[in-house]
Design a protein around this ligand. Structure first.
Ligand code: SAH
Length: 253
């Protein structure tokens, strides 16, 4: 069996944030599979067949990838950021778990990438310097009341919260509701960061507070970071402040 399947993260956007390991796998591949805008980020070359698809077809995409790898093709499935964070790696393993038993013996590797929360955090300082969590605000695959419960508990527990998929045309109200309930749990001065298209030409980053955060500021390419009560700003005479969360909490010195 010479086929393999690599589930690769392309990072947040910039070419220099793609790892050499991912670049190497792409150079060896016969087939490239993914959501069409991510497939478009990989340069065309002879010998590489491209299978771009719609955003919602994750399980079909996973099954196609496994089928091709079983036919001895060298397949790369691409996600943005890290493939294990709200992306294709889990979809592939769901398909392996439920699909053709022979798929379990395929050569399947997950190649990590820089997730949006790490790229966004690095741009502004160190907001994830203490405990944090990531919440996918999409209620396509889980009920909204579960998301609300997790957000409340995360805020109460003092986590900095990275919100993925904050808003889309099909999900216009979720971020507003999330900000409203977080305002019930946290002081209004808590820092909030809107980070759009980090590392792309359209990058835009705003640092605000929970009181002034406006949901409509976000779109599909925004990562929203909600600080904890420990998260601090360091003002600078020009430009954005640094945002960081100190490493310690609750220890007496
Ligand atoms: N696997 C990806 C996340 C996919 S979910 C990762 O690890 O980053 C898609 C969401 O990721 C978007 O709605 C947005 O919240 C976030 N995102 C992806 N790329 C981004 C970027 N360059 N800048 C800001 N947020 C981004």
């Amino acid at each position: 069996m010479s086929g393999w399947l690599a589930i690769a993260g392309l990072g947040p956007g910039a070419a220099e944030l793609v790892t050499p390991e991912v670049t190497h796998a792409l150079a060896q591949a016969t087939d490239l599979i993914g959501y069409a805008p991510y497939v478009a980020r990989v340069p065309e070359r002879a010998g590489l067949t491209r299978h771009g698809s719609d955003n919602r077809e994750e399980l079909d995409r996973a099954m196609l990838a496994l089928k091709l790898a079983a036919e001895d093709r060298r397949v790369v499935v691409v996600s943005s950021g890290d493939p294990g964070v709200f992306a294709m790696a889990a979809a592939i393993f769901e398909a392996v778990d439920e699909g053709d038993p022979s798929w379990r013996n395929l050569d399947i590797r997950v190649l990590p990438g820089i997730s949006a929360m790490f790229a966004a955090a690095a741009r502004i300082g160190a907001p994830l310097g203490h405990d944090f969590c990531a919440v996918n605000l999409s209620d396509n695959l889980k009920p909204w009341d579960l998301i609300e419960r997790r957000l409340r508990l995360a805020a109460q527990a003092g986590f900095v919260i990275a919100l993925y998929n904050p808003l889309s045309k099909a999900r216009p109200w979720q971020l507003g509701r999330a900000l409203a309930l977080l305002s019930e749990e946290l002081p209004e001065t808590v820092p909030v960061v809107f980070a759009d298209a980090v590392s792309d030409a359209k990058e835009a980053i705003d640092v605000t507070t929970l009181r002034d955060a406006v949901a409509a500021r976000a779109d599909m390419r925004t990562l929203v970071l909600i600080g904890s009560t420990q998260t601090r700003l360091i003002a600078r005479s020009s430009g954005r402040p640094f945002v960081y969360t100190p490493r310690s909490a609750g220890v007496s010195s």
